[in-house]
Write a new protein. Structure first.
Length: 511
């Protein structure tokens, strides 16, 4: 017998689908329900590697953590990794299968993946009591409905009830709810059970007349009004939306342990991937993180981070165009700390030989680290463990580039001192390992070295546990659902499907 299910859709991208899905998952698992997340197709530059070596979206990995289970490729069978405005790498069941333009993907390839997507969902529903699915963008993207496999396409084929989330903080939520339903075909509308308001500020009683009118107009109820809460965003899907001068999340408000703060500048390179690596730094009391795109913004930074990217050669060109390349070289010569992660590590090297990603052949790097990088067609997808700075470190690798060292010292080694990854010269470090800064002991040791090199009287907090902070965040999401949604009605949806006899709202769209 298949387990229950629910599709969390949204009126727009970034309406809160990922957060609501994670919150429902954490609420359910606390009720003793065996639950799993699912997103048929994800477009994201922030990805994660499962224990079996499959690449999936980081949001689904976080949702699996909300369910207290290990993430697998079943939870995100199709991942699209943009390589520019016109094309994406297609990752199927955790492995890259090629590059496609948007026209080529939506022109036929997407629909061919529907069988795989439905098989994955069926397997999860056969294993778990409930599967909470996340949609993408809006279900009312009528230009894409014919080939849709992530919103109403999956809901129709799997018989899933649909909950539509709207971000009221943006405004226009009532029109968005009504318009979303009214643009769907009668068959699709029959599965839209109702709405969930996200990010509400103020007195809910002032909102209730509008919710009553919405119910009268659509025949569909609102299942909850979630209040606005700071710092609840789980791992973002789209690195292209990061504000160049914004902070990473809301910075930790705890005062610094030492006398000084530590300032971290992150180069906002094009096609930035896995910028969530920086979250562990931002979680440390006294560490101030900001994104930068001008050389003068490096002047007061104690640490400069070059994050991962899906376009290493393009990122290198961007650093030159912005004047950041020379600023980084000067910084390295002055023994001021720099950290490069994955693509950021690669640009710090001497040469990049790329016939895979950019197909530009041999390109000169910044020449700061004695490293040469060759792009292989096979992608490295692993979950390694090692030691660095006298501490255990864990991470995950997602890259085509293979680094060869001609000098410097290894950054990360095995327990016998043999090199595993990365390179260090003076106060410049590079590694392919994403997530390494989530290892608390290593992060503290690294920050102590940075503070000493920068001459800052900064002291890492001895009790900051990044894993515990993540758990607290997920529990807060579960609390939001438990306290501000009609959980009895939500469970009936998950268990029994959409209510019968929901009215059709014209004009609708062709089936």
């Amino acid at each position: 017998m298949s387990g229950g299910g629910l599709l969390v859709a949204g009126t727009t991208s970034d309406a809160g689908k990922s957060v609501v899905t994670a919150g429902i998952c954490r609420w359910l698992v606390r009720q003793g329900v065996k639950v799993a997340p699912f997103k048929a197709q994800n477009m994201s530059l922030n990805s994660f590697v499962t224990r079996e070596g499959a690449e999936i979206g980081r949001a689904q990995a976080m949702q699996a953590q909300a369910c207290r289970i290990e993430p697998t490729a079943l939870m995100n069978p199709v991942l699209l990794k943009p390589g520019g405005e016109q094309s994406s790498q297609v990752v199927l069941m955790g492995k890259p299968v090629g590059e496609l333009s948007a026209r080529g993907y939506h022109g036929g390839r997407q629909q061919k993946l529907l069988g795989t997507v439905l098989d994955c969902l069926a397997e999860l529903r056969g294993t778990y009591d409930a599967v909470i699915c996340e949609g993408a963008g809006s279900p009312a993207e009528i230009n894409l409905r014919r080939t849709d496999i992530v919103n109403m396409g999956i809901a129709r084929n799997a018989g899933l009830p649909v909950l539509v989330v709207g971000d009221i903080d943006r405004g226009g939520v009532f029109a968005s709810f009504f318009g979303t339903v009214a643009l769907l075909s009668p068959e699709d509308q029959a599965l839209v059970a109702g709405f969930l308001v996200n990010k509400f500020r103020g007195d809910v009683s002032l909102l209730e007349p509008g919710l009553d009118m919405l119910h009268g107009l659509t025949g569909r109820r609102t299942y909850g009004v979630l209040p606005f809460r700071h710092g609840l965003g789980i791992d973002e899907e789209d690195g292209l939306r990061v504000s160049l001068r914004g902070t990473v999340r809301e910075s930790n408000t705890a005062p610094p342990v030492g006398e000084d703060v530590l300032r971290v500048a992150v180069c906002a390179i094009p096609l930035m991937s896995n910028f969530t690596d920086i979250d562990a730094l931002a979680a440390e009391p006294g560490v101030v993180v900001r994104f930068v795109d001008r050389p003068e913004e490096l002047a007061d930074a104690d640490l400069v981070v070059i994050p991962g990217t899906r376009g290493t050669v393009r990122a290198l060109e961007w650093l030159h165009e912005r004047g950041l390349a020379d600023a980084l070289r000067r910084r390295a010569a002055e023994q001021r700390p720099i950290l490069g992660v994955c693509g950021g590590f690669q640009v710090l090297g001497e040469h990049i030989e790329d016939e895979v990603e950019s197909r530009r052949g041999q390109v000169e790097g910044l020449g700061i680290l004695p490293v040469r990088v060759r792009f292989a067609r096979e992608k490295t997808l692993t979950r390694p463990v090692g030691e660095a700075l006298g501490e255990r470190v864990e991470g995950y690798e997602i890259h085509h580039g293979i680094a060869s060292l001609s000098g410097g010292e290894a950054f990360i080694s095995d327990d016998e001192g043999h090199s595993l990854d990365g390179c260090r010269v003076g106060q410049t470090w590079g590694t392919h390992w994403h997530g390494s800064l989530e290892s608390d002991g290593f992060r503290r040791a690294f920050l102590r070295e940075v503070a000493a090199a920068a001459g800052r009287r900064f002291v890492p907090a001895g009790d900051t546990s990044f894993a515990a902070l993540r758990e607290e965040q997920l529990d807060r999401l579960g609390d939001l659902i438990e306290q501000h949604a009609d959980t009895d009605a939500l469970w009936r949806l998950i268990e029994s499907g959409a209510p019968q006899g929901l009215p059709f709202i014209p004009p609708g769209a062709p089936a």
